[in-house]
Design a protein. Structure first.
Length: 258
């Protein structure tokens, strides 16, 4: 009995020694210990790292532009609304220009441009003056619109290109994973998974950069459109002011002729 037990034990030992090694039995020392986002970034290829850093910088730029343009739109919009309401009163162009002084906001520049054209016309209030004032106001509005929209083009670029940049990082990472499969001569998921995870992290960062950029861009475009509407209202009020002054002067001249 004891000899038979030893024989069975020897047979089992030999069978285990001769059995083929499973495909998933790989050296655990080769496997990554940290699959957190930061660990995957540190373990990624240099190209994938560059893509991730670029997308992180793009995301930072997006939020910086959002903060700066939001503050600028609120400040300039409130000032434009205040000055536009002041134009609704029964005031003369010279009085309005004196109140603005040397201010450099958009509505102040509209007022100063209108007053400058009136001064260059020698105080002659006719149809020609109104046409010239309208041209000046149109140019100032266009310049102020370009100024307030400065920086939003970056958001459009990030929103359009960030997903493709992330996709490039993903393709590169998956390509490296297949190269790793070829070099290790194994199809174990434990070998493939880290590279695929790093590649998918690049795609995730691309979406994180692109989605807020598109949303913020659309939000700022609506805010800029409202600001342009305020400038249009200010220009209309100035044209009305010039027209009223002209009508009053013609009325006084007619009464004097009587």
């Amino acid at each position: 009995m004891q000899g038979s037990s030893r024989l069975r034990h020897a047979i089992v030992t030999i069978a285990l020694a001769l059995a083929p090694t499973p495909a998933f039995a790989i050296d655990e020392a080769l496997l990554p210990r940290n699959l957190s986002p930061w660990g995957m970034f540190l373990g990624a290829d240099i190209v994938v790292k560059t893509v991730m850093v670029g997308l992180a910088v793009a995301s930072l730029m997006t939020w910086t532009v959002w903060l700066a343009k939001t503050i600028e739109l609120r400040r300039k919009g409130a000032l434009a609304l205040q000055r536009t309401r002041a134009l609704e009163g029964n005031m003369k162009l010279s009085d309005v220009a004196e109140q603005t002084g040397d201010a450099h906001d958009a509505v102040a520049q509209l007022i100063q441009s209108c007053a400058k054209e009136a001064g260059l016309s020698g105080g002659i209030l006719d149809d020609g003056l109104q046409e010239r004032v309208a041209l000046r106001l149109e140019r100032v509005e266009a310049a102020m619109s370009r100024q307030i929209a400065r920086g939003t083009g970056v958001l459009a670029t990030i929103g359009a290109t960030a997903p493709f940049v992330g996709l490039f990082g993903t393709v590169w990472g998956i390509m490296n994973s297949f190269i790793g499969i070829s070099e290790s001569h194994t199809t174990s998921l434990a070998v493939v998974a880290p590279g695929i995870a790093e590649a998918l992290l690049a795609t995730a960062l691309g979406l994180v950069a692109a989605i807020p950029a598109v949303v913020i861009y659309n939000h700022l475009v609506r805010g800029i459109a409202n600001y342009r509407a305020l400038l249009g209202d200010a220009s209309a009020q100035l044209m009305l002011l010039v027209s009223r002054q002209r009508d009053h002067r013609e009325f006084r001249m007619a009464r004097a002729a009587e």
